[in-house]
Design a protein around this ligand. Structure first.
Ligand code: PML
Ligand code: MG
Length: 264
């Protein structure tokens, strides 16, 4: 198995990144499709594209994805309030949540979106060694079979056009939640036309929130809330231990009443 990874930037600023785990015969197709993604991205045309192709040295862990919960929240204010309530429920102090949200809002890489993620402890401190790059969860993918299960499930919910975003985010969140010391992840997209994000954790699964920011906003990203980690081990596992989602963890839907904000 090989890891094929792409990252694209312009003037040093992050545009996009994506990756696959693939057998050797699939490398050319995978690399071409990643170059295509890099070239035609709504965040801009890159002046730098890096493609890395590496044989995996470590054994691949097979895993079931986090269960996917869909919510019908239809505006960013309610989306943020719901995300905060989920994170509080997971025991993360409000101060940390608000600090993390403020960074994501203004661009955690000194006013720009980060390539990777912030790591935040329960004191609201950012622990990632490189505050510009962040930590990039890496070396992960989903099998054709699990991908088919996910596609079927979200088709029923009318979300097929968002398949790539959802699938890649679900795989990444599954890996992040599996690493010892992760309490939760909060993410919303940095693509200006894509307002969705999620709160994910081992305990609650992947809770998709269709609106966590306003359209046209280019700032977004990820924060991993952690407790009691050994930083070197944490980063090592997040960035290098390969994980393959070979089963979809199932779909739930959560409906909110538009008028009360309460769950119905
Ligand atoms: C991204 O693609 O930039 C992150 C997307 C997060 C939300 C994915 C979804 O569930 O729609
Ligand atoms: Mg993006």
């Amino acid at each position: 198995m090989f890891s094929v990874r792409m990252r694209a930037s312009r003037g040093g600023k992050h545009i996009s990144g994506a990756e696959k785990l693939i057998e050797d015969h699939g490398i050319p197709t995978a690399a071409l499709s990643l170059i295509d993604r890099a070239m035609f991205h709504e965040r801009g045309t890159p002046d730098f594209i890096n493609i890395s192709i590496e044989a995996l040295e470590k054994p691949i862990k097979n895993t079931t994805s986090l269960p996917l919960t869909l919510t019908n929240i239809d505006n960013a204010a309610e989306g943020r309030a719901f995300a905060i309530s989920l994170l509080l429920n997971l025991g993360i102090p409000l101060f940390c949540i608000e600090t993390a949200i403020a960074f994501l809002e203004k661009g955690a890489a000194g006013g720009e979106s980060m390539r990777g993620a912030m790591i935040m402890n329960m004191q609201g401190e950012r622990l990632e060694p490189d505050k510009y790059r962040g930590i990039r969860a890496s070396r992960m993918d989903i099998t054709e079979e699990a991908s088919g299960e996910l596609a079927c499930a979200i088709e029923g919910a009318g979300l097929t056009r968002y398949f790539t975003h959802i699938s890649e985010a679900l795989v990444l969140a599954t890996k992040v939640a599996s690493v010892e010391g992760t309490i939760a992840e909060l993410c919303w997209s940095d693509d200006p036309s894509y307002t969705a994000g999620y709160v994910a954790s081992k305990k609650l699964g992947y809770v998709r929130i269709p609106h966590l920011k306003l359209e046209e906003d280019c700032n977004g990203g990820r924060v991993f809330f952690v407790n009691g980690i050994d930083m070197n081990n944490y980063i090592h596992e997040m960035e290098t231990v390969p994980i393959l989602v070979n089963k979809f963890g199932g779909l739930k839907e959560m409906n909110f009443s538009r008028y009360t904000g309460g769950k119905i």
